[in-house]
Design a protein around this ligand. Sequence first.
Ligand SMILES: [Zn+2]
Length: 399
Amino acid sequence: MSDVNQKKRIIGKYGGEIQGPTIVCIGGLHGNEPSGVRALRYVLNQLEKESVPFRGHIIGVAGNLKALKKGVRFIDRDLNRIWQPVEIDKLLSNGNDSHPEDAEEAERKDLINVFYEYCSNKESPVYFLDLHTTSSDGSPFITIADTLRNRAFALNYPVPIILGIEERLDSTLLNYINELGYIAIGFEAGHHDDPSSVENCVAALWTTLVNAGCIDKKDADELEKSRSRLKTAASNLGGFYEVSYRHGIENDSDFRMELGFKNFERIHKGDLLARSGEREIKSTENGRIFMPLYQKQGDDGFFVLRKINPLWLRLSTYLRKLHAGAVLTVLPGIRGVDGKYETLVINDKIARWYVIEILHLLGYRRKTLEGGKLIVKKRAYDIKSPRDYSLSNKTLKLK
Ligand SMILES: [Zn+2]
């Protein structure tokens, strides 16, 4: 990465004198979402100005530089859908001296360099915070892959927590980071153009620094204000939700969301949600509308959410700690790959409909559907973190 690029990519750093966690915060992975970048500038400035005592260090990283400059979501393709672990491992193992094929491949290469450079701390945990905004109005919220470690960390933010969206979205940065074993939180702050989205990102940043143990509560002057601000902005909608439906529009250029839907607004079966040309698209279930698309770029028309019962969450924690996944392989229609239970092949003609619910409960995520067989995989590092926090055993810096 050139020095000029590095300068723009790194929004700022703080800490590093006392041993502690590494916090990597990314803003503007989508170029039309500059709120995260602004919030990072503000918080890093405040830390410096007030000389706040700090354990570990924080680094603020700008995501899609070219798209941020133009104020568009992306240039050639969505930078938050190109984090396929196999492809990145290939890049890392050959040192990647090939030329990136498009604008976002070049951005990804730079970002990999940053991550691997700053996550070489072997003793202390690394946390990722990915700051975004949405094209619809509505409350801030968090998205996480459903591991027990992510759940425990996310509970500290007084906003709704959405589980399992990564099953529906391919190759996001958050999922890539998660599979490496780090705690990774996606924070959606509100509407792209709403000035309060910057303030919500600031609130999420202070909350993260205290939760991770980088700063003490008493030194986070703005923490209490931040927490109550998030609580109000989230309209007191706490708790866990899961995605029960995704309306993809990959092949539908005529998709048009009906106007006026807000994130988390209640919807009922039969409600008119969108149109594709003349065709009406109605809700097939009761729930809450989530991330309705009000911009031109993007493949997700809308999602539907349902609230998760806290008892169900407690049961799932208990069963996962017992490694109850192992018993699944004795059920009809379920086969463990290589005689283990990390990856399962489900014959959906034999296994019943509720199987996917039970798999979620036990920490599995849907991977692929191949010839009537569903392949699911247990999420890595669900309960325990990797022993070695360093990414540096993978490779040296890319060229
Ligand atoms: Zn985004």
